[in-house]
Design a binder for this molecule. Structure first.
Ligand code: GRF
Length: 193
């Protein structure tokens, strides 16, 4: 039986539009508490979003994440139940993965296992899709394990790529899919299963 209220932590390295979109989707749902936003970039736009959403935001360095228990302790002290990676560029270390088995998910802006792995993020993905002359791309939402983009796939959705699409056009289509599906998949995982 799932606990009724779920305390959620978001990890984001950049813009944070997915994190904001998810928070807004759940805004009238008291069982979903966006407890924390964590970022490894001191100048990430997600910090401003956190402020305007009135969600506590914590900044940390890559080495703190890798070599200390600070982040794990923060997650535990906020009684975090579930972690959403939304544009987070660092590998999640095993101390956190082991403490949150099947409780960490990521969204990848392509159809894994294609166009995944280290260095495959943001525009790099959409340029690679264009260069490979793919006829379709999409999103993958998956559980997170110790390897980039390799955890069990939860959900995928496709969108056609036209020969005339630029990488920016592809990015726009993929973002639209992310905004539509990421909150719903989280809703299903947390409350409907
Ligand atoms: C998204 O495209 C997501 O799939 C990828 O990073 C991007 C983050 O965008 N993992 P934003 O920071 O949520 O705007």
């Amino acid at each position: 039986m799932k606990k009724h209220t779920q305390n959620i932590a978001f990890f984001a390295s950049g813009n944070g539009s997915n994190a904001q979109n998810i928070v807004e989707y759940f805004k009238d749902r008291p069982e979903f508490t966006p407890s924390l936003i964590l970022t490894n970039k001191a100048d990430a736009y997600v910090i401003q979003r956190a402020e305007s959403l009135a969600i506590p935001c914590i900044t940390f360095s890559a080495s703190e994440l890798r070599n200390t228990n600070r982040i794990l302790e923060i997650l535990e002290s906020h009684a975090i139940d579930f972690i959403v990676l939304a544009g987070f560029l660092l590998r999640v270390p095993s101390n956190i993965i082991q403490a949150f088995p099947n409780k960490i998910i990521n969204i990848h802006p392509a159809l894994l296992p294609k166009f995944g792995g280290k260095g495959m993020y943001g525009d790099h993905v959409h340029k690679a899709v264009k260069e490979a002359q793919e006829k379709e791309t999409g999103i993958t939402i998956h559980y997170v394990n110790e390897h980039y983009d390799e955890g069990q796939i939860i959900f995928q959705e496709k969108v056609p790529v036209l020969p005339t699409d630029s990488p920016d056009d592809i990015a726009e289509k993929v973002h639209a899919l992310e905004y539509e599906h990421f909150p719903k998949v989280i809703d299903r995982l947390l409350f409907l299963v």
